[in-house]
Design a binder for this molecule. Structure first.
Ligand SMILES: Nc1ncnc2c1ncn2[C@@H]1O[C@H](COP(=O)(O)OP(=O)(O)OP(=O)(O)O)[C@@H](O)[C@H]1O
Length: 272
């Protein structure tokens, strides 16, 4: 398997209004508790759940942007929780593509430059080869005629297409997308998800995307539903034939609930 999470929790210490401001006296609030989650190569997972259910927290932990309070996170067998911040940044640049709902394109640079700059950080391709891949991806996302436009000259849907090209530029094995369609109208949202799903398959990347939009679920292989930081439901084979026929058994790639009220107090070290 590609990605494996075991006993991942995230807790924050809440402010204590009556406490000493110099000491951490607030209560621990656990916002995420995933007992077990495995993701296979090229798998596409929809992470759904109400606002505050922990979707962004889970994606940010997988991306190494925030550290879990407890638990183990392995990518191709490498334990990511042992890495320091610099090593996690490197891994994110090389192996993970991240798409944000607000795109986060560099405003002063063209679509092409936004993709090229991301590739420069990873450094696997240079010169002409780098430019050819960047242009090829922008063409693939339908922006052949917009490569030299800056973000403010592009529509929301076009900006998200640039963000998709950028996320795929370094040939990541895993693409994470945090509500990538939140700022798009329904028609654009559907088009973007179709594109994202197709391009991840073509490039051999697994995809985990969070969304509130259930119309997008059929484009994924599997749905994981979170509530209060825990998964409450998982369904497989959203597209039927897309998952059946490969070598995964139905008992694999699953989430296992570990809910108990007492766990809400949390007990691990708080890393925020
Ligand atoms: N830095 C922080 N300190 C304290 N609590 C936090 C912090 N970051 C997130 N939380 C809490 O963690 C919980 C999960 O937040 P998260 O952003 O992961 O939810 P979400 O499902 O992505 O929500 P949305 O759909 O609204 O984006 C929320 O209750 C939030 O208030």
């Amino acid at each position: 398997m590609m990605l494996e999470l075991r006993g991942i929790t995230k807790s924050y210490r809440t402010a204590d209004p009556g406490g000493d401001p110099g000491r951490d006296t607030g209560k621990l609030l656990e916002v995420l508790h995933i007992q077990s989650l495995t993701v296979h190569e090229k798998e596409r997972i929809a992470l759904i759940g109400p606002s505050g259910s922990g979707k962004s927290t889970l994606l940010n932990i997988i991306a190494g942007i925030i550290r879990p309070t407890t638990g183990s996170l392995r990518l191709y067998g490498e334990e990511l929780t042992d890495l320091d911040e610099k090593q996690r940044d490197r891994l994110r640049t090389e192996s993970i593509g991240y798409i944000f709902q607000n795109f986060y394109l560099l405003p002063g640079f063209s679509a092409l430059e936004n993709v090229l700059i991301a590739m420069q950080f990873a450094g696997n391709l240079r010169g002409k080869a780098r430019e050819e891949r960047a242009k090829g991806l922008l063409k693939r996302v339908g922006l052949e005629g917009r490569m030299h436009h800056k973000p403010h000259q592009l529509s929301n849907g076009e900006q998200q297409r640039v963000a998709i090209a950028r996320a795929l530029a370094n040939q990541p094995k895993l693409v994470l997308a945090d509500e990538p369609t939140a700022n798009l109208d329904a028609a654009n949202a559907l088009a973007i998800i179709q594109l994202l799903s197709e391009i991840c398959s073509e490039q051999g990347a697994a995809l985990i995307l969070s969304t509130h939009d259930l119309q997008l679920v059929p484009y994924m292989d599997r749905t994981v539903q979170l509530e209060g930081g825990r998964y409450i439901e998982e369904s497989r084979d959203c597209r039927g034939s897309r998952v059946s026929g490969d070598n995964r058994s139905s008992g694999e790639s699953r989430l296992v609930a570990g809910y108990s009220e007492g766990m809400m107090e949390g007990s691990g070290d708080v890393i925020g």
